[in-house]
Structure formats: structure tokens, C-alpha cells
Ligand binder design. Sequence first.
Ligand SMILES: *Cc1c(COP(=O)(O)O)cnc(C)c1O
Length: 398
Amino acid sequence: MKRRNTPDPRLTTPRRAGAPLPFARHPRWAAVADADWNDWRWQMRNALRRPEQFEALFALSGDERQALASLGDGLPVSVTPFYASLMDPDDPDCPLRRTIIPRTAEHTIGPDELKDPCGEDADTVAPGLVHRYPDRVLFLAVGTCAVYCRYCTRSRMVGGAEGYSFQRAKWQMAVDYIARHPEIRDVLISGGDPLLLEDNHLDDLLGMLRAVPHVEIIRIGTKIPAVLPQRITPRLTQILRKYHPFMMSLHFLHPSELVPEVVAACERLADAGIPLGSQTVLLKGVNDDATVLKELMHRLLMARVRPYYLYQCDPIQGSAHFRTPVQTGIRMIESLRGHTSGYAVPTFVIDTPGGGGKVPVSPHYVIGQMGEQWVLRNWANKVYEYTDPALGQPNGDG
Ligand SMILES: *Cc1c(COP(=O)(O)O)cnc(C)c1O
């Protein structure tokens, strides 16, 4: 049995720091024509969904085999040939593989685990529309993904496809709610993965939202650039750029995802003027390692993606094998802040059970405070003092 977090050989072979990662298709697809491979529809048509397809490509562990054979009607299994090629076919502890191929531990439900851990259903005000914060909404507009992450916070609701006209009727109800609420200035479209929509349907959805005068910014949350970079076509970026100010949060887990095709997809989005942030879920045996996480953040910056959030894994049912102690996340931030570019440091957040929303959790840098004296420690653990301006000074707030 290999050590957890076995370094990906592609990351440890001597090379210039940050040099592009080599990419090779799994031998199963070596003979596929480039025109097919580079076509996102081909990737979706050929996604692995059935146990025997995994059996043919991977040396499955007994546990993986059993989990694949005993999938209920919960979260489906799916992975694009592109993303499957990033996984080690021989090592079940391969970080990406752990997140995509199910384990029997998924069936063990802990006492504090929930179907809807962030309490989204209670804040749902129209079909797919979660209104929790004063000025912005989360719009779950699509129910399918290219790849299903086993730690998915919305495993209760993704995986079923529905027809476009049905979908559009529900979008209209959500957009009507937004139009009636002038305080909503920011709409975050997620799902499911919004970039799985056909170009004209996505154009339609973005157009409906842009037509609401008080909507200032529109965002999309997606994992597509990592798992299906072929979807980021020039035609798609032409559509997206019509809706500025428009920004995106891209889901990334591990530095081994940032192969040249993925970096190029991010660059196409950045060249369309779209500010790109990253979202990473901290996962046991996947990325709960300071070296791995720092390399991920560096590679994201080189792909022009600014690290945004590092998430504590939500306590969905059957997630104990993924979840790390909160202290691990704090340690990860501590290992980044000050040690590398401030731009490489995301905010560590816990999306609180019960619907409290995202709460930032950070290392303690304030050691003490008395009156106007603040005692601080820096990234290297040295202690410094800072004195507030004296109260009652001219132009002060005293
Ligand atoms: C994460 C989230 C948002 C957006 O939060 P930001 O901190 O602005 O990125 C909005 N609504 C809900 C329900 C969310 O979970």
C-alpha cells in the first residue's frame, strides 16, 4: 500500500519549477483522431459511466470495484476521457482518482452528515435560486456535470438531465424573482455545470440575466476548464464576453490538473477579459499537503487564475473519508501566507451547516490587544507591536 499523497511522478521528476506538465492520453484513446479528441461533444459521448468501462482502463482495487458495482440511485459516476487520462491507472491512491471513482466509504453515513449540508433548500426562493446574502444570489441553473466529484455538496440534486424547454421555464421564474428584487446586484450561476449548456442556451440564459437592469455582475462557477477544456472554444468566449462585467470561479483540486490544454483553456477565458478565480476543496489524501497546495496555487497563477476560496469539505452523507480537521485548513493557509505571493493565498472558508453561509477561518495573527496596543505575530512567527492612533486627535474619529 502506497503512502497517502504519494507525489505524482510528473511533479517530482527534475525540471524547471512551473514547467509545463506533460500530458498523454490513456492508451485506450491513443488512436482517436485529434479532431474527435478536441471536440467536447466527443468527450461527453465517450465519458466513462459504467463499471465495465472503468474495469477496462484502470487496475481497480477491490473496494473501488465493489463501490462501482453497488451504486444506488444517488450521485452517478462519470468522467471524461480527458480527465481520466490524468489519473494513474495503476494506483487507487492517485489523488484525482480518489475524487472520481467511488469508494465503499461513501455508504457510511456519519451522525453529523447531511443531504443538504449548507441548508440551501431552505433559502430557495424560486426554482434553483438560493437567496441567502443580502445582495447576491446563487442560481443553480443546470443539473448535470461532465465529471461527478464524489464529495459534491449538491449530490442530492445533480445527475438528472431535463429537457431544455422545461429548464427554460424554470429559469424564467428565477429571473422574474431577481427582477422583482432590486437589491440583487450579483448573480452566481452554478449547478451542475453551466458550461455544459449548448452555446445558444447559455447565451439565452446570460441574456435573460443581463436584461435585468440592477444586475451588476454575473458569474459562473464551473469545473469545465479542468475536466473538459475542449469546451472552452473561441465561439464560447465570444458569447461570454458580451456579458461583462462577467467573471468565473474555476474548480481545481491538484497541480497535476494544470496540463497545457487546461492552461490554454484558462488563457482563452482570460484573454476574453474574464477575471478568473479558483475554488479548491481541501480533501484528505488529495491535496491536504502544503507542498501540493502551494504548487497548485502557483500553477493557477501562471494560468492567470487568482486563488479565491479554499473550502472545508462539506459534511455531505458519506464524506468522512474526504474530510480533514479544520485545523488542517488553517495550517495550509499558514504555510502559504507570507511564504509566497499574496496573490497565491486563497481564503479558507467553512460553508456552515444550517445555512449560515461561508465563514472565513484563518490563523491567528493577533496575539493580544490592550487599548491602543496590538500585539501581532508575522508569518515567520516573530512578534511585533502596533499602536492605534491616539483617540481625540484632530480629524481622528474620537
Ligand atoms: C458562495 C455563495 C454565494 C457567493 O458568495 P461570495 O462569497 O460572494 O463568492 C452566494 N450565495 C450562496 C448561497 C453561496 O453559497
